[in-house]
Design a protein. Structure first.
Length: 192
C-alpha cells in the first residue's frame, strides 16, 4: 500500500511541476482543461484528481509555484551568512524566481482572482520576511539604525505595487527587475 501511495504522490508532484512549467511559460487564462490535458498528455480526469475545475487548478498550481519559489529563496538566504547581505539576497532571489516566468503568466496572475489572492498572500509573507531580515541586520550592526518597520513597510508597499502590476505600468520594469531594483534601493539606503 505504501508503494502505491508513494507512486501516486510522485505522479501528483510531477503533474504539478508540468502544470507549473506550462503556466509559467504560456500563462493560463487562454487555456481550457482540454488544451491543458492535451499539452500534458494526460486525461482530463487526471486533472480532476488535483482540482475540481480550472479555477481550482489555477489556484493549486499558483500555490505550488509560490511554494517552490519560496523554498528556493529561503535556501539562498540560508546560504548567506552575513546579516547585512541577507535582505538583498532575499529580494534578488525573489527576482530570480520571477525572472523564470513569462509576461503572460504575470498578466494572468493579476487578472485571476484566485491566483491574485495567492500572490497577495505571498507578497505579504515576503514583506514580513524583509522586515525580519532588516531587524536582524540592524540588531547585528550590519545596517545603520533605521526604523526597521518603516523600511519594511515602504518595501511592502512597493512589493504590493509590483504584484499589482503598477510598477510595470509606471516604469516598464517586469516583476523580476523591480525586485532587483528594490533590493539595491533598500540595501544601499540602510547600509552602515
Amino acid at each position: 500500500m505504501a508503494r502505491v501511495d508513494r507512486t501516486a504522490t510522485a505522479r501528483r508532484a510531477q503533474l504539478f511541476d508540468q502544470l507549473s512549467d506550462l503556466f509559467r511559460g504560456d500563462g493560463f487564462a487562454h487555456l481550457t482543461l482540454d488544451e491543458i490535458s492535451a499539452r500534458l498528455h494526460c486525461s482530463k480526469s487526471t486533472l480532476y484528481t488535483v482540482a475540481a475545475g480550472k479555477d481550482d487548478l489555477v489556484r493549486a498550481v499558483t500555490v505550488h509555484f509560490f511554494k517552490s519559489a519560496t523554498d528556493a529563496v529561503e535556501r539562498a538566504v540560508e546560504a548567506e551568512r552575513h546579516p547585512g547581505r541577507r535582505v538583498g539576497v532575499y529580494l534578488e532571489a525573489v527576482g530570480d524566481q520571477l525572472s523564470a516566468v513569462s509576461h503572460q503568466f504575470m498578466e494572468d496572475l493579476a487578472q485571476s482572482p484566485s491566483a491574485r489572492q495567492v500572490y497577495e498572500t505571498n507578497t505579504a509573507f515576503a514583506a514580513n520576511r524583509v522586515r525580519e531580515l532588516i531587524v536582524h541586520g540592524v540588531e547585528s550592526g550590519a545596517f545603520r539604525e533605521v526604523h526597521a518597520s518603516f523600511v519594511a513597510d515602504a518595501a511592502a508597499a512597493t512589493m504590493v505595487r509590483i504584484q499589482q502590476r503598477e510598477v510595470y505600468r509606471a516604469t516598464g520594469l517586469d516583476d523580476a527587475q523591480a525586485y532587483r531594483e528594490l533590493a539595491a534601493l533598500i540595501t544601499t539606503g540602510i547600509a552602515v
